[in-house]
Ligand binder design. Structure first.
Ligand SMILES: C[S@@+](CC[C@H](N)C(=O)[O-])C[C@H]1O[C@@H](n2cnc3c(N)ncnc32)[C@H](O)[C@@H]1O
Ligand SMILES: [Zn+2]
Length: 317
């Protein structure tokens, strides 16, 4: 299976087993394997994208140990995400047999737990060695690489997901090109749980919201940073579109996806709904409703797509 899907991230050459890992038959580059995880990460690059990658490596090396408890396990932030993801995967997978699923920025493997019900093969990719280790311990097949330099053959994957990854990538255009390259024709790219710029920019003007954020920072976030010895600047650069910008602009993402070659692109702002069939204010859980009412009152605009705190994307190759 490894040989059918993986390729050298530098030149896409064929990989062969070598002492302690794999080696590219074409360029000769060797990639080390430890505890079943091959390190395909190739350092290098310029600009905000590369500093974001470096900050993510540092941030998640420190935050990995408490990720499942603090973030992924926190029900308040994801009351309905499992049901939503399940519905989306089942609608895509029912048209496939023996599908290959690739989870980019897989973290500890939360999304692959769901994907495993619908796809025969699931592979995780993450930039953080600590997150890769935890993912492996959770029983998944995972290797280390960056989203914008995938060690995957052209047109070898049926579905790619990158849940809660986009806001960690300063310029997602490179990542979109890579994902388009590895998808088979007709394959889907799914991404979700990233901040909607239009809503966030409005909320930032609200004094009550700013006060609530301050209280949250004081009682939770700052304690966490101190305990895990994470510098604020590292967190801010890693969580790029939470702290360096005020979220992602869906219009810009649509242009970037089209430029990468995607044909059918569906971008859906939402407030953590269970299913895309029932996507309206009424179907959102209480905590996003509070958030949306606050944004609506601040901007004098209650249009759902403008007050929805997050968005998902389904793009077809
Ligand atoms: C918010 S977590 C999401 C993890 C997982 N998808 C989930 O939903 O629980 C973001 C993950 O993306 C990874 N990551 C950040 N930048 C990356 C990059 N350029 N390439 C691959 N993974 C990256 C981090 O190490 C982290 O595990
Ligand atoms: Zn090579």
């Amino acid at each position: 299976m490894l040989k059918d899907i993986f390729a050298c991230p530098e030149c896409l050459g064929k990989l062969s087993s070598a002492n302690g890992g794999v080696r590219c038959d074409r360029c000769g580059k060797a990639f080390q394997e430890r505890e079943g995880i091959i390190d395909f990460y190739v350092p290098g690059g310029k600009g905000p994208n590369y500093s974001t990658v470096l900050s993510n490596i540092e941030y998640y090396e420190r935050a990995a140990g408490c990720y499942d408890n603090r973030i992924a396990g926190k029900k308040m932030f994801q009351l309905n995400s499992d049901a939503r993801i399940s519905g989306i995967f089942s609608s895509v997978a029912s048209r496939k047999t023996n599908g290959v699923f690739l989870d980019v920025g897989c973290g500890t493997g939360k999304v692959m737990t769901i994907a495993g019900r619908y796809f025969e093969t699931c592979i995780g990719i993450d930039i953080s060695p600590g997150m890769c280790s935890l993912c492996k311990k959770n029983g998944f097949s995972v290797h280390r690489a960056s989203a914008d330099n995938l060690p995957i053959k052209n047109e070898s994957v049926d579905m790619v997901s990158s849940y809660a990854l986009l806001h960690h990538v300063a310029d997602p255009r490179y990542m979109f090109r890579e994902i388009h390259r590895v998808l088979k024709k007709g394959g889907y790219f799914y991404t979700d749980n990233d901040p909607n710029f239009y809503q966030r920019a409005t909320l930032e003007k609200n004094l009550l919201y700013r006060l609530m954020r301050r209280i949250y920072n004081a009682v939770s976030e700052e304690r966490f940073l101190k305990k895990e010895r994470i510098k604020k600047e590292v967190r801010d650069t890693a969580e790029y579109h939470h702290f360096k910008t005020r979220g992602l602009k869906t219009g810009e993402l649509e242009d970037a996806l089209r430029e990468a070659g995607f044909g059918e692109i569906r971008i859906v702002p939402h407030g953590d709904v269970k299913s895309l069939e029932k996507n309206s204010f009424a179907h959102c859980p209480w905590y996003t409703k509070i958030n949306m009412v606050l944004a609506g009152l601040t901007g004098f605009d209650f249009t759902y797509r403008r007050i929805a705190p997050m968005f998902l994307i389904m793009a077809k190759k």
